[in-house]
Structures are given as C-alpha cells and as structure tokens.
Design a binder for this molecule. Structure first.
Ligand code: VGL
Ligand code: ZN
Length: 213
C-alpha cells in the first residue's frame, strides 16, 4: 500500500530526535540513532514537517537529581499525578538538547519546544502533563489546514505515544511510523502504549509504505 502524503493537509511530526535520547545521551534510548536515516528517507514525502525538542531547565521537576534520595526511573506523585523521575536530559542550550546533526530536515517549518516549565513535564507535543497547559501546536496545525499527522522519533512509548493520543483527541487523523521510532520500554510501557494508541484509532505503519512511490 502506498500512502500519498505530499499534500498540504498532512504533516510529519518529528519527535525529540536529540542527542539526549541517543546512546551516550542523558536519557539514552536503545537504537535511538537508528531513526535518523529512516526519517531522512521519508521526510521528502511530506509537504509539511514540524519538529519537537525536549527543552528542560536544569532544575526541572522530572529530573531525579532534583529530588534528594530518589533514583532515576522511580515514580513520584506530583500535583498533576504520577511522574517518572528521569536522569537529567535535554537541558536548555546544552549539546544534549541539540537536534541530531544528521537529520536532513532543512524544509521543516516549525520547531516546538516543550518541558520548559520547571514544575510540569511535557511528553506530549500538544498538552503538558498537567493536562491543561497547551503548547499551541494543535491551533497552529489547524490554522494551517492540516488534518493528518504522521509521527516518528523518540520515544515510542512516551513522547510519541502521548503526542499521538493528544493529536487524536484534537481530532486529527494520526499515523505512527513504527520503524521510525524507538522505545524506552519501562515496565511494559511499550505494549501499553500500542494498546492505548490502537484503541484511540491511531494507525500504525512501516516507513516502506511511504518511501515506495
Ligand atoms: C521523553 C521522557 C522524558 C521522550 C522526554 O522524548 O519520550 N521521555 N522526556
Ligand atoms: Zn524530558
């Protein structure tokens, strides 16, 4: 099956392809660097491309180091609910927060930064973890007449998953390009993410469906 995407109503959303999520980064994702060539191969199929960039202050609430006695990957209760404590990653302006230099996405039209409020995390590109604060992305896409969002990047079970679910909630048609993503997979989070996305009507495809004209 070939999916025609080079239309003005579709957008490729490239999630958090940053050094912080690469092997050797602050919050390494296994095989994180393998998404780069896949994304470079499919990007020319899209008229619209938007990137996200995880962009935390050094004192961010999601960092285990900012909670004395706590370790990375433990969870704590915050006013908005459960929060996983992560190793320090993607601190604003540091090399760890930079987009991967080998991404060939000069045609990308917007870079949306998220996670910059000290007290609130934001896995989703659309709504922060308090489930109220918007990033503005849904309004931007709608203002540009975009109705279909294709997701790729890192990590499948966190930022891609939350972004896909929120995009569905905002009324977009949503497709995740599975082999253009990699997961963290904490305590079954990847299987849970796919179950939730499937239940929400998120389509799941392989990049070959896009790169074969
Ligand atoms: C992410 C955990 C913390 C992600 C970002 O990009 O999936 N995960 N910050
Ligand atoms: Zn983060």
């Amino acid at each position: 099956m070939t999916t025609a995407t080079m239309d003005s109503r579709s957008c490729l959303l490239v999630v958090d392809v940053q050094y912080g999520f690469m092997p050797g980064g602050g919050l390494p994702v296994a095989g994180g660097d393998a998404v780069v060539p896949v994304i470079n191969r499919i990007a020319p199929r899209f008229a619209n491309i938007v990137l996200t960039q995880d962009w935390h202050p050094a004192d961010h609430v999601s960092f285990a180091a900012n909670h004395p006695g706590r370790q990375p990957y433990e969870t704590i209760q915050l006013p908005y609910g459960e929060q996983v404590l992560w190793p320090k990653h993607c601190v604003q302006g540091t090399p760890d927060a930079a987009l991967h230099a080998e991404l060939q996405l000069a045609r990308a039209q917007l870079i949306i930064r998220k996670g910059f409020h000290r007290e609130v995390d934001s896995y989703s590109a659309f709504v922060e973890a308090d489930r109220r604060t918007t990033t503005g992305l849904a309004a931007y896409l709608k203002a540009r007449g975009i109705s279909s969002v294709y997701l790729c990047g890192l990590a499948t079970d966190y930022c891609v998953n939350w972004s896909a679910l929120d995009a569905r909630a905002e009324g977009f048609e949503v497709t995740v390009i599975e082999d253009a993503c990699r997961a963290i997979d904490l305590d079954g989070s990847l299987a849970r993410a796919w179950a939730d996305m499937t239940a929400a009507g998120v389509r799941r495809i392989d990049s070959l469906a896009l790169s074969n004209p």
